[in-house]
Design a protein around this ligand. Structure first.
Ligand code: AHR
Length: 501
């Protein structure tokens, strides 16, 4: 029996809805086919956006979408993607499969997509191969309300009123595909570029994000924070509102990452161990940020995370298309629990990527669409959006096959939702074992408990032929008595309990 303690008297921080954000790059079939099919397509659409996909994402509660990349962002020239479509420049997508990008999805289309989704906008600018002027004009084009060359051009292109840019990234992976820079060099460039990411009077405020570290590159965080430092640790004014972090769960090596669906039990644990590393990463980057910014004014923005496997056999290696199993559901549940628990510092996170790429929530094949196990976990975790994190602790033991490659059998996070109820999300990392859990809710009498679950045999996944193999199912095994809720959590599952006290 494992005990899970919840203290409703102690609120630990606010969980931004944006912790459940997503990312859409001009990569493979994410934008084209996945999201955008064009007005003339036979696939039902509104202004070119797939209706089935938009509906599914609204149901999942997508809070924010990042675009246009990724590595693509530092080669993207936004002016190529505006104006009449027939006149838009074509380019080679050098990073992703060398295919022709016809720029038919650009700024207006992205804003229209976010309008349909009802989500916040996160636009990533080009530092690697773009100029300060180009970035500055993009921000003017999107946000300036008044008479100016860019605002006039926007009006001429059919959108008189400015849009709201909620988040703006100043470059992407500038330590790698975004220019192979040193942190010293990038930190100084960041100071310069961000100066011209103007907050125009009366415009919606823009949250500026500096390019952060690749996984465990703690020096990058230290140097960029130090370079962009203003004030004192007690009264910190950075030039940025957020600093990013990218970390992917790759079960094998970058050369042989491993299959998405065909893996051993040992690989199951390796994957979950690598996923669980996010906790250490966030803690250590946050500790460095604390040195400069004691009051946690700068958000850590985990704007790329998720599993990265070998592509599905027979698909374009540059398209990063992979299946998604119960293992991915666990990666999603574990990661979201970790991010919730760090909500004092983590202000946004964006799983990579939305559709047909890496750990996608949706897969499409022409007109067909399927929701992945990861989708269902996000849908269940929606109740944590805008909630207050509650103090909690779960007893656990180390499990796994190889010494040195073990993980805790259980992870949890708990919040007080906007609905006034307590939401507990618990993951069982064991491939085979069920565990009895007794939840104790301090100073409370439980009036009612409801539960739902995503899980199954570790390799199970959804296909276009069998789309409901892994989905959210109701779970009737939770029993309430006094201040306690008892249940047995099945192997390889993510459980959500809604407790009324
Ligand atoms: O998500 C795929 C790629 O991974 C992104 O383009 C890049 O930022 C990262 O390396």
């Amino acid at each position: 029996m494992f005990k899970l303690f919840v203290n409703p008297n102690h609120r630990m921080g606010h969980i931004n809805p944006e912790l459940q954000g997503n990312f859409s790059e001009h990569l493979g079939r994410c934008i084209y086919e996945g999201l955008y099919v064009g007005e003339d397509s036979d696939i039902p659409n509104v202004n070119g956006m797939r209706t089935d996909v938009v509906e599914a994402l609204k149901e999942m509660g997508l809070p924010v979408l990042r675009w246009p990349g990724g590595c693509f962002a530092d080669e993207y020239h936004w002016k190529d993607g505006i104006g009449p479509k027939e006149g838009r420049k074509k380019m080679i997508n050098t990073h992703w499969g060398g295919v022709v990008e016809d720029n038919s999805f650009g700024t207006h289309e992205f804003m229209e997509l976010c309008r349909q989704l009802g989500c916040k906008t996160y636009v990533n600018g080009n530092v690697g191969s773009g100029t300060v002027q180009e970035m500055s004009e993009w921000v003017e084009y999107m946000t300036f309300d008044g008479v100016s060359p860019m605002a006039d051009m926007r009006a001429k292109n059919g959108h008189e009123k400015p849009w709201e840019v909620d988040y703006f990234g100043v470059g992407n992976e500038n330590w790698g595909c975004g220019g192979n820079m040193t942190p010293e060099y990038y930190g100084n460039l960041y100071r310069r570029y961000q100066t011209y990411v103007r907050g125009y009077s009366g415009a919606h405020p823009i949250f500026k994000i500096a390019c952060g570290a690749n996984a465990a590159d703690y020096n990058w965080t230290d140097v960029v924070m130090g370079t962009c430092f203003k004030g004192t640790p007690e009264n910190f004014h950075g030039f940025m509102d957020g600093l990013s972090l990218h970390y992917y769960t790759v079960p094998g090596t970058w050369e042989h990452k491993g299959s998405a669906t065909d893996f051993t039990e040992e690989e199951w644990y390796t994957t979950l161990k690598k996923c669980y590393f996010m906790d250490e990463l966030v803690s250590r980057h946050a500790a460095i940020m604390d040195k400069y910014d004691k009051d946690k004014k700068i958000g850590l923005i985990v704007d790329e995370w998720g599993t990265w496997y070998d592509v599905e056999p027979g698909t374009n290696p540059g398209f990063l298309y992979q299946q998604n199993t119960v293992r991915d559901a666990l990666v999603a549940g574990i990661t979201l629990n970790i991010l919730n628990k760090h909500c004092d510092r983590v202000k946004m996170a964006n799983i990579a990527q939305l559709i047909n790429v890496l750990q996608a929530v949706i897969l499409t094949d022409g007109a067909k669409m399927v929701k992945t196990p990861t989708y269902h976990v996000f849908k269940m975790y929606q109740k944590h959006q805008d909630a207050e994190l509650l103090e909690s602790f779960v007893e656990s033991e180390q499990i796994g096959i190889e010494e040195g490659n073990k993980v805790p059998n259980l992870t949890e996070s708990v919040s007080l939702g906007k609905d006034g109820r307590i939401h507990i999300t618990l993951t069982n990392l064991s491939a085979k074992a069920d565990y009895q859990v007794e939840t104790q809710i301090a100073d409370s009498q439980v009036k009612a408990v409801e539960a739902e679950i995503v899980g199954g045999e570790i390799h199970q996944h959804n296909t276009f032929e069998a789309p409901e193999t892994v989905t959210v199912r109701s779970f009737d095994g939770a029993k309430a008595e006094g201040g306690k809720v008892s249940f047995t959590i099945p192997a390889a599952s993510v459980l959500h309990l809604t407790v009324t006290v």
